[in-house]
Design a protein around this ligand. Sequence first.
Ligand code: GLN
Length: 330
Amino acid sequence: MVADMTDVEQRASTGVLPGWDQVDRLVVDAYGYARADRSGQVADYIPALAEADPEWFGVSVAETDGGLHHAGETGVEFSIQSISKAFVYALVCEDLGHGVVRDRVGVNNTGLAFNSVVAIELNDGHPMNPMVNAGALATTALIPGQGPKERWEAIREGLSRFAGRALELDEEVYRSEAATNQRNQAIARLLDSYGRIEGDPLAVVDVYTKQCALRVSAADLAVMGGTLADGGVNPVTGERVVSAEVCRDTLAVLAASGLYERSGEWLFEIGLPGKSGVSGGIVTVSPGKAGIGVFSPRLDSAGNSVRGQIATAFLSRALGLNVFASAVHN
Ligand code: GLN
């Protein structure tokens, strides 16, 4: 695959991306390669998610210099779900700083499912990280604002700045999840019993449910990831959304726990910070180089898009993105 030494050096994580044409070709190749896989199941524990077409598939890359690449259905919109956790965390860090958020929410992997209650009990009632539901609820509660309405607006606006366009609520998904999320309500009440959540726990769950129901496309996810890759500056709009330090902290947390209890396997295969959601999206960040957005609704048993993982692994290798690799590998 690799022609000469110059190519090898360029394609290590510390190097640069190949030229625009080559990235464009490899995005199409990644799409074609992953599309053949039909394994996994569409999520149905939130009733409205079960309506997704299992064949939908899109792969987008947003380079930090603003170059964009798309293959497949990269404009199809879906609810962002858990991927919102990454960006809400970044917004809270921007407001409250590294130390406060680390102490209040934690940064360690739980090794347990995203909606685990056991993880809270095992840790003396303290949430363990912002990428699983307990820590994500605690993080949402820290968003500055007078009451739930203002907090929700701050989240919607903040995530829209990452995407570079006004994101909207998927009312159907929101209502469907709000009617069936007793488990998240239980998690919020449990945290409240330990004094670990700010404000009315059920109002926090409601804002969290809305943030999960924001509509994005694979193309949006690539730009949102590209903003984290670009030290907090949106590579398309040029707007600074968060500081470079906040991006660094957020990416560290994603590397440790962005794919829940599968985060170790993800890091081993792909070697990049990423975040998945149960509607089938995954955002991946190659610091300094690019954001990758993928969408395909069939999931593995931990709730991660199967084709999304295959396409991202392909791109990590072909573009030399693995942050642990000092030379290109096959
Ligand atoms: N809104 C979903 C939940 O809280 C998000 C979960 C996910 O994407 N893993 O259950």
